[in-house]
Design a protein around this ligand. Structure first.
Ligand SMILES: [Fe+2]
Length: 131
């Protein structure tokens, strides 16, 4: 039977890429919080949204890995867990009032996420695109 929703890997990859842009956009909003006049409540709100969005984004990537029997699933998921831990830690630091420390950690997270996108995620995209 033909599926009413045929699998279109390139569309999955497009949506993953769009989600990366949203993630980096939220991180940049955090890094520009001062310039944009955001108070601690607004920053915490963005951090919470970023955490929730990132969890969902990672889950959708992890589902794709399962669907395509991706061989590097475990190490990729391990890296996701570490970034989520880092993000949760940043939120705690921010909530404790250590704003500068939180800001530096967001900067490190941004570099790490971009590194992940250009390595782990790029490798996953190539793998799916070849199928
Ligand atoms: Fe990923």
């Amino acid at each position: 039977m033909r599926s009413e929703y045929p699998n279109k890997p390139h569309e999955d990859l497009d949506s993953i890429e769009a989600e990366h842009r949203v993630q980096v956009g939220m991180i940049d909003a955090l890094l520009n919080a001062d310039a944009n006049g955001l108070d601690a409540t607004a920053v915490d709100e963005i951090l919470l949204r970023l955490l929730e969005y990132t969890r969902l984004h990672f889950l959708s990537e992890e589902l794709l890995m399962r669907l395509h029997a991706y061989e590097h699933h475990d190490e990729h998921v391990f890296e996701h867990r570490r970034m989520l831990d880092q993000l949760e830690e940043i939120r705690k630091v921010q909530q404790s009032g250590q704003v500068d420390e939180a800001g530096m950690s967001v900067q490190r997270l941004r570099a790490r996420l971009l590194g992940h996108i250009h390595s782990h995620d790029a490798e996953l995209s190539h793998f799916i695109a070849r199928r």
